[in-house]
Design a protein around this ligand. Structure first.
Ligand SMILES: Cc1cc2nc3c(=O)[nH]c(=O)nc-3n(C[C@H](O)[C@H](O)[C@H](O)COP(=O)(O)OP(=O)(O)OC[C@H]3O[C@@H](n4cnc5c(N)ncnc54)[C@H](O)[C@@H]3O)c2cc1C
Length: 406
């Protein structure tokens, strides 16, 4: 038997593909990790995820990644809900309520780009990982014995790679998912979200490291990242018909920020981009020897910080199962359990909560807004309710529920 018959081909060195590869490699499984970006452009990715929940930090610690990320991030035990119209704090939640549930009773504000940079360094030196950068996955075939992936290497030549399983961690546009004909069920919001990264200390105005700001006209999110220089990310909704160039014009960005926080002085804008938000879950997470994980399997609004976190939870769940299969300690039926567990989490937790989160922030009816805000205040003020709320928002409950599933 050659060494390819037992290896796992992982497509995509995003946070999910890298965590999966490291978790498997550390258990002695051979990995071939394919990433279309090269050394020259790997760090030039647009800003995306950045809030890492306690359960995710435990998983990072398991593969030795947490200690590399902590110095590059901000430990944030608190998060806030604000009423923008009245510039009033509605509720403050403290992860200290989870001190008996996790060894990390806080989130780590650490952007996706830092996570992939550190994880990629670890992957490069791991003897069980063959890392193929600047290499694009094009298609694959499978039979009862294994998979064959077609890739295009850095000099433009096509190659075939054999493996036992193929994991698509390619992100939302997954070629493998499309090739398998798996439906990506759900919807896309008509409005796009504007993301502005700005160097300005918002703590001076009472904000904490992570803020969800409700407003019937223009809800917002505000997150703090470690520098130098320290940056804050502000999210705003935009109208579907608005032109991208007009929305991201420097004067338009300044005007929007001044409406949000009138300082009378120009903000130091570091970056901006506009993105479309989808709420979708793949109908199947596995077909034969091909398995979907992370954004390839599910996508959701960033309000609540659940996309990357739940994708990383997929990666570790799958790593445990593939390890047992490849060591002949379990049969392939455990992959069906992976699908049951992680699809359930995607539908009942991440989709349900992120849709609710957006509704909460954008609510227009004054009576419903008042009811929502009263409810948030009551929850934050009661230690038992606050703990139950934080178990849900930090995805710990989703993991416990999945663990109980057959
Ligand atoms: C503005 C914004 C903010 C967000 N904030 C949060 C947050 O705070 N917390 C959170 O949990 N989530 C957040 N998310 C979601 C999060 O970014 C994604 O869920 C996460 O990046 C998904 O990780 P992934 O590894 O599955 O896919 P990706 O991060 O998309 O990585 C896929 C990788 O595959 C590579 N690839 C793609 N196609 C191919 C191919 N054909 N061949 C080879 N390689 C390929 C890509 O280059 C990439 O490196 C946010 C998203 C956005 C847009």
């Amino acid at each position: 038997m050659d060494n390819t018959s037992n290896r796992v081909i992982v497509i995509g060195a995003g946070p999910v593909g890298l965590c999966l590869s490291l978790a498997l490699a550390q258990e002695g499984i051979e990995i071939c990790l394919i990433e279309q970006l090269g050394e020259d452009n790997f760090l030039e990715q647009v800003p995306r995820a950045g809030t890492n929940h306690p359960a995710t930090l435990e998983l990072f610690a398991r593969i030795g990644l947490y200690e590399k990320l902590e110095p590059r991030g901000i430990i944030a035990p608190l998060f806030h809900y604000w009423d923008r119209r009245e510039h009033r704090l509605i509720a403050e939640f403290d992860h200290a309520h989870l001190k008996d549930d996790t060894r990390f009773p806080y989130v780590l504000q650490c952007e996706r780009i830092k996570i992939v940079e550190e994880a990629l360094k670890m992957a490069k030196v791991h003897p069980n990982i063959e890392l193929r950068l600047a290499t694009t996955f094009a298609a694959f075939t499978q039979d009862g014995d294994g998979v064959v992936a077609q890739i295009v290497n850095p000099v433009g030549e096509s190659e075939s790679l054999r493996g036992a399983y193929l994991v698509s961690a390619e992100g939302a546009r997954s070629i493998a998912r499309k090739q398998l004909g798996i439906e990506f069920e759900g919807f896309t919001y008509p409005d796009r979200t504007l993301n502005i990264e700005v160097a300005h200390d918002f703590r001076r105005y009472g904000y904490t490291e992570r803020n969800y700001i409700s407003d019937p006209d223009e809800w917002s999110n505000l997150f703090h990242w470690k520098g130098p220089p320290d940056r804050w990310r502000v999210h705003f909704p935009t109208q579907p018909a608005e032109d991208e160039a007009a929305l991201t014009h420097p004067e338009a960005l300044q005007a929007r920020l001044q409406r949000f926080l009138p300082t009378g002085k120009p903000f130091d804008i570091v970056a901006s981009n506009l993105y479309v938000v989808h709420q979708r879950v793949a109908k199947k997470f596995r077909l034969g020897r091909a398995i979907l994980a992370g954004d390839s399997a599910h996508v959701n609004s960033p309000i609540g910080a659940m996309g990357m976190n739940s994708g990383i939870h997929d990666a570790f769940n799958l790593a445990d199962k593939l390890t047992r299969i490849l060591r002949r300690e379990a049969g392939e039926e455990v992959l069906d359990r992976y699908e049951r567990q992680r699809r359930h989490v995607a539908l009942q937790h991440t989709q349900a909560q992120t849709i609710r989160n957006k509704r909460l922030l954008a609510e227009k009816d004054p009576a419903v807004r008042k009811r929502n805000h009263d409810e948030l205040r009551r929850t934050a003020d009661d230690p038992q309710l606050a703990r139950a709320f934080l178990l849900r928002t930090s995805l710990i409950e989703s993991l416990r529920e999945a663990e109980r599933m057959a």
